[in-house]
Design a protein around this ligand. Structure first.
Ligand code: NAD
Length: 346
């Protein structure tokens, strides 16, 4: 526990904003002192958490002068809100995606780097122990040279999910909503993605946005990857249900990411490490499957603890605004590749 709890404000008390409020209420290291959200329901949320309510976030920032801010606003407001915090010297945690456009993301990057005020992007999976351990194993060379990666995010969203108009329109498809998390994880574990080639389909739902995609990846390291994504296919092969870390989903233990190197293979979130028994083993020799033990910690709790360390200047953001921008650029490259039917470099 830090000596004085950090005084935190929340911008946006919607679906994920209320989860942040709940998490803040459970840690002794932070106090949620105020919430800004003009919605009718927001005042009651603020009251429930013993926080002050504001309709306008700049007024809140000026009056409360918090130690840190959590931005859980619609994507199009991320840049203005993050810059308002940074200009006041307030470190912030910005929900993913970093912004709605690369131009807006670049504005956050430039302001944050110029003012030297940290911005942490809410790609919470990086704080999950399986993802952190996979990065550690790959970096330490436990798989040998990384050769190939295969990942899936497939699930069946209900029809009424699409009653909300923006989810059927450009920007609202599963590439930007869901697959951005997988891309961020793969970048975190395997390094930058240099080139992508994608096919998308809207064949099942028939909306303007994709419902399914197949994607080929070339990493800067030279490793190659493939990704399958669908929000209209029955499947346990998605990190959200497989890892049991995500909010609002049942836990269905399964693997969703497969990494193969010259010495070993790793599947997660079940953390299965496959190796030959002997140094010179090859495809005609049996493989041994070991289970890599994790610490049992929770991604969102770890993310908040990390943000508090960032505010206290004990840590640099695990996902900086620049890093979040590269994840966004990679997702946009995938969308463009599918549209223009050609390989695209992020
Ligand atoms: N990391 C995750 O697991 C995760 C999960 C869900 C959403 N998100 C991200 O979080 C963000 C919010 O998503 P959501 O699902 O909570 O949306 P939401 O629509 O439920 O909530 C957004 C809230 O912002 C408020 N708001 C709008 N304009 C405002 C303004 N000018 N000032 C203050 N408040 C304002 C709205 O009234 C609403 O309450 C999005 O960027 C989304 O991508 C992340």
């Amino acid at each position: 526990m830090t000596s004085t709890p950090k005084r935190i404000v929340l911008l946006g008390a919607g679906l994920i904003g209320r989860e942040h409020a709940l998490l803040l209420s459970k840690t002794p290291d932070a106090d949620l002192i105020a919430i800004a959200d003009p919605a009718d329901t927001a005042k009651a949320v603020a009251n429930a958490f013993g926080a002050r309510h504001y309709a306008e976030f700049r007024t809140m920032l000026d009056e409360m002068r918090p130690d840190g801010a959590i931005i859980a606003l619609p994507n199009a407001l991320h840049a203005d809100a993050a810059i308002a915090c940074v200009e006041r010297g307030i470190p912030c945690l910005v929900e993913k995606p970093v912004a709605d456009t690369l131009e807006a993301a670049m504005r956050i990057v430039e302001t944050s780097e110029r003012e030297n005020v940290p911005v942490l992007i809410g790609h919470q999976r990086r704080h999950s122990p399986d993802i952190a351990k996979a990065r550690e194993l790959v970096e330490a060379g436990k798989l040998g040279r990384l050769v190939a990666v295969n990942a899936m995010w497939m699930a069946d969203k209900p029809a009424d999910y699409f009653d909300t108009a923006w989810r059927r329109q450009p920007g609202g498809g599963p590439l930007l909503i869901n697959l951005i998390h997988d891309i961020d994880c793969l970048r975190f574990i395997c390094g930058d993605i240099d080139e992508v080639m994608a096919f998308t389909s809207n064949g099942v739902r028939g909306f303007e946005v994709e419902d399914t995609a197949s994607i080929a990846l070339r990493f800067a390291s030279g490793a190659l990857g493939t990704l399958m994504m669908s929000d209209t296919a029955v499947s346990p092969y998605n990190w959200d249900t497989a890892a049991g870390q995500a909010l609002y989903f049942p836990h269905q233990p399964e693997n969703a990411y497969f990494f193969s190197g010259t010495r070993a293979a790793l599947a997660l979130p079940l953390m299965e490490l496959w190796q030959h028994e002997t140094e010179n083993g090859h495809w005609q020799d049996p493989l041994v499957r070991r289970h890599v033990t994790l610490d049992g910690s929770r991604a969102y709790e770890n993310q908040l603890a990390h943000f508090i360390d960032v505010i206290a200047k004990k840590a640099k953001p695990l996902v900086s605004a620049r890093d979040g921008m590269m994840t966004l650029a990679t997702i946009q490259a995938i969308a463009r590749s599918a549209q223009e039917r050609r390989p695209v470099r992020p």
